[in-house]
Ligand binder design. Structure first.
Ligand SMILES: Cc1cc2nc3c(=O)[nH]c(=O)nc-3n(C[C@H](O)[C@H](O)[C@H](O)COP(=O)(O)OP(=O)(O)OC[C@H]3O[C@@H](n4cnc5c(N)ncnc54)[C@H](O)[C@@H]3O)c2cc1C
Length: 359
């Protein structure tokens, strides 16, 4: 199998790499092989071969949204490294799935193209942005995504799929968790007047709905993200994470009322009156970070010597302090999830994709 993969154009097979070298959590065991593909055609051919074999397949790019089991793993990882990017005159951008997302944002902003500046600093690849409909500071990729080129594994077909066919929602698409298709290329439409998308997030300077110069917004977003350890920095363990570990729960309004009542009885009126809750499709969105803190898990929990801690800058990131294994991460994730459940009756759901291990 390894030889047949090596024979493909644009493919390099690597058998000595562990997932700890390929993920931003720097956790995870060893696959049979990592198949690095530098073109979309190489991705298609490699995936076809692996799908026809007895091996399980994992598509991976930046490794920034993955929790992978320890030990020897019975799977082959295909790593997307096709990274061509082209900019049309009309603000239409097409990028290979393996292009580093923040490079695409930076190059767009440099050209004065607007719409993705609030997504600056998100680690990982361009091809993964539709997979969980990445979002930050009031913007989601769904706002600008027009089409994705897919390789559909069940049929072996390659085709462009309209963004509307992906069921994009909060940190979700019908590609996430299913691995039904591989995103080979992504196309999105940006604005060309040098201004950002209308601002929707209070922490950014300016009025709601205002449009500001794209470069200014990018700089501001990167500054805010760095302050929370949300930009990768090898020397800072607070960034050895998968970003926000739990999604913000969306619950029925009666449940939100019950949570607020529980906060009131445990922590008093002042805290309860400040509880974040926003109208969202399907009910109300609560803040996972806020609930985690109120359930007794402050930043840095459980303390200095722990192999995995909540980030000291951001409650919602679980971080590897340098020596952890995946099991350490899983036990802290369970403790936090169960603590929030027993304090407020709300079940937190992890945002990353889990491979070979469950919470
Ligand atoms: C410090 C930090 C901050 C973060 N901040 C944010 C944030 O603000 N907002 C946000 O939404 N996310 C955030 N994330 C999560 C993560 O960066 C994004 O989800 C990112 O899009 C993942 O890209 P990746 O290339 O690393 O994907 P990977 O981790 O390699 O893969 C993630 C999943 O997508 C699948 N996948 C990857 N590429 C493809 C493809 N081309 N086709 C089909 N399936 C594919 C994989 O199989 C896997 O299931 C953050 C992560 C970190 C570490």
């Amino acid at each position: 199998m390894t030889q047949r993969l090596t024979d493909l154009d644009g493919v390099v097979v690597d058998t000595g790499t562990s997932f700890a070298d390929l993920t931003t959590l720097r956790l995870g065991g060893r696959p049979h092989a990592v198949v690095r593909c530098s073109t979309a055609e190489a991705v298609v051919e490699a995936v076809k071969l692996i799908d026809a074999s007895e091996h399980d397949l994992l598509i991976l790019a930046g490794g920034s949204n993955l929790v992978i089991a320890d030990g020897e793993l019975d799977l082959i990882a295909v790593r997307l490294e096709n990274d061509d990017v082209s900019f049309g005159d009309d603000g239409l951008v097409t990028a290979g799935a393996g292009a580093v997302w923040d490079d695409v944002v930076a190059a767009s902003v440099e050209r004065g193209l607007g719409g993705i500046e609030c997504l600056s600093g998100i680690p990982g690849s361009t091809g993964a942005t539709p997979v969980q409909n990445v979002g930050a500071y009031g913007t989601e990729i769904a706002d600008v995504l027009t089409r994705v080129k897919l390789y559909e594994r069940a049929t072996g077909k390659v085709f462009w799929s309209d963004a509307s066919e992906l069921e994009l929602a909060y940190r979700y698409s019908n590609l996430k968790f299913t691995q039904r298709a591989v995103v080979l290329e992504v196309e999105f439409q940006l604005s060309t007047d040098g201004l950002s998308a209308p601002l929707r997030f209070g922490a950014l300077a300016g009025e709601a709905g205002e449009r500001r110069p794209v470069a200014e917004v990018r700089d501001e977003v990167l500054g805010l993200r760095r302050g929370k350890g949300m930009v990768l920095d090898e020397g800072d363990y607070d960034t050895w994470s998968a970003g926000s570990f739990f999604t913000n729960p969306i619950v029925a309004s009666e449940i939100a009322d019950q949570v607020q009542a529980a906060v009131r009885s445990e922590r008093g009126d002042a805290d309860a009156d400040r509880m974040p809750r926003w109208a969202a499709e399907g009910g109300e969105k609560l803040s996972a970070a806020w609930l985690i803190e109120r359930a007794g898990f402050p930043r840095g929990y459980p303390g200095e010597d722990a192999p995995v801690r909540l980030s000291t800058k951001h409650t919602l990131a679980l971080t590897n302090r340098g020596q952890a294994v995946t099991e350490d991460l899983v036990s802290l994730a369970r403790e936090v999830r169960d603590g929030v459940q027993s304090a407020f009756g709300v079940q937190l759901v992890p945002e990353p994709v889990w491979v070979g291990v469950e919470i």
